[in-house]
Design a protein around this ligand. Structure first.
Ligand code: AKG
Ligand code: FE2
Length: 430
């Protein structure tokens, strides 16, 4: 594990490696702007649905209040998250190295600490949570209540997030249980910790990015830090006690065929307060192929993208390949800064234009947030947003071995699952 910020930041000026180029530093924000707050306890369900839909279209992000998660449970969860990050570096290392398959681990800045050009002012504790019986044995046992509290907390969050997903599905005109599928079965907790920072004007806690998942439920502490980009302007997300921030990820943008937005966001640091936050993120099982929902595609609304999601193995590999790509070169036609994403069982390389879809690369350093999506092929020119594009060459696996066999592709509630593209050309892969 690299050196966690929390183990050395005290009494030091900001190291050079954390100082961002002027254009990437946080600047002044417009006053008086905020993101929508949806009252999930309100009577009028149609109104709730409408508010969620509008916020998802405009911001890709909103806060929810009266969501039903008891406030004492939220306090307890935040308590154990903070206690964990207050442990010694040795204890943190021991508590996060119980699973040889690394379903629980810690890192600092991004996954590419060793090779990124700039670092970010955050430590992260990551672990899987679904199915609980499989993963809880690898969670930290310090603080002693961590497992019990986080198991209860994530069970409650699951109810909230699937309720929100039902609203979203209905709002899109899909079956209410559209997301109660392998699209959201991979469920992970990421506990971020941003220690007080010697100079918040020069660095960031997290770079500008979109989450590489379907949806994220964030518990932010009472310390300000999160900002979302709307119409080329950063808007601060004010902490509201016991509220959750719901962030739509890039995969929701794709599933909704561009109707909803994956929020572009970043985290700023604070000079005298530490900030601890926890995300509960939902994304597809490994190797699930996802694409715009069938019901949202027709002659006048063609599918905007085809997408593959990496396997666990290639996720591991991609950490390295992202790290080495800028200097290694090698593949023809690949610009020096083009990230390379590898798939473990592939025979050929396909360059794909993912502009408009993938989580944004960090302005100057890692491609950490791209690690789960290996291939996105716009079928019509991408229309979403003006941001830096990345053009990975994807070592791809042909889909020719996929079939429509119902045993291989079980249906759920009579619905087709999302991982079959039997007739897809080889560029569309997982
Ligand atoms: O800590 C926060 O406020 C946001 C964290 C975040 O964006 C992430 O973990 O992807
Ligand atoms: Fe994020």
């Amino acid at each position: 594990m690299e050196h966690l910020v929390s183990s050395w930041y005290n009494d030091r000026s900001l190291p050079e490696s954390y100082i961002l180029p002027p254009e990437d530093r946080p600047g002044m924000l417009p006053l008086g702007k905020n993101i929508p707050v949806v009252d999930l306890g309100a009577h009028d369900q149609t109104d709730i649905l409408q508010q969620i839909l509008e916020a998802s279209q405009e911001f890709g992000m909103f806060q929810v209040i009266n969501h039903g998660v008891p406030s004492n449970l939220i306090d307890e969860a935040m308590g154990v998250f903070k206690e964990f990050h207050a442990l010694s570096a040795e204890d943190k290392a021991i508590e996060t190295s119980k699973d040889p398959d690394k379903s629980c681990y810690m890192y600092t800045s991004s996954h590419n600490y060793a090779t990124e050009k700039y670092h970010f002012w955050r430590d992260g504790l990551f672990h899987h949570c679904n199915p609980l019986e499989k993963y809880i044995q690898f969670w930290p046992e310090k603080p002693p209540k961590y497992r019990e509290v986080v198991a209860t907390y994530t069970a409650e969050l699951r109810k909230v997030v699937f309720r929100i997903l039902e609203f979203i599905a209905q709002g899109l005109g899909l079956n209410p249980d559209h997301f109660s599928s392998e699209l959201c079965e991979n469920q992970v907790v990421l506990v971020n910790h941003y220690p007080p920072c010697p100079d918040p004007s020069l660095t960031l806690g997290l770079c500008k990015h979109r989450d590489p998942i379907v949806i994220n439920i964030l518990l932010q502490s009472d310390v300000y830090g999160l900002e979302v980009l709307k119409d080329e302007e950063w808007i601060g997300v004010e902490p509201i006690p016991y509220a959750f921030v719901v962030t739509l990820g890039v995969l929701m943008q794709i599933i909704s065929n561009g109707k909803l937005k994956g929020a572009v966001h970043r985290v700023v640091t604070n000079s005298n307060l530490a900030r601890t936050t926890a995300t509960f993120g939902l994304h597809p099982l490994y190797e699930t192929l996802i694409e715009p929902a069938e019901a949202l595609v027709d002659a006048s609304n063609p599918a905007l993208w085809k997408v593959g999601v990496v396997s666990k193995e290639s996720e591991e590999e991609s950490k390295e390949s992202f790290a080495t790509t800028p200097s290694s070169g090698g593949e023809e036609g690949r610009p020096a800064n083009m990230p390379l994403v590898k798939s473990h069982s592939s025979d050929f390389l396909v360059p794909v234009d993912i502009s408009g879809v993938l989580p944004l690369p960090s302005p100057s350093s890692s491609h950490h947030y791209q690690k789960r999506v290996i291939a996105v092929t716009p079928t019509v020119p991408a229309t979403l947003g003006s941001h830096r594009s990345a053009h990975p060459i994807v070592k791809a696996k042909a889909l020719s071995d996929r079939t429509d066999n119902p045993e291989q592709n079980p249906t759920k509630n009579g619905q087709k699952t999302h991982h079959t593209r039997p007739h897809a050309p080889p560029e569309f892969f997982a």
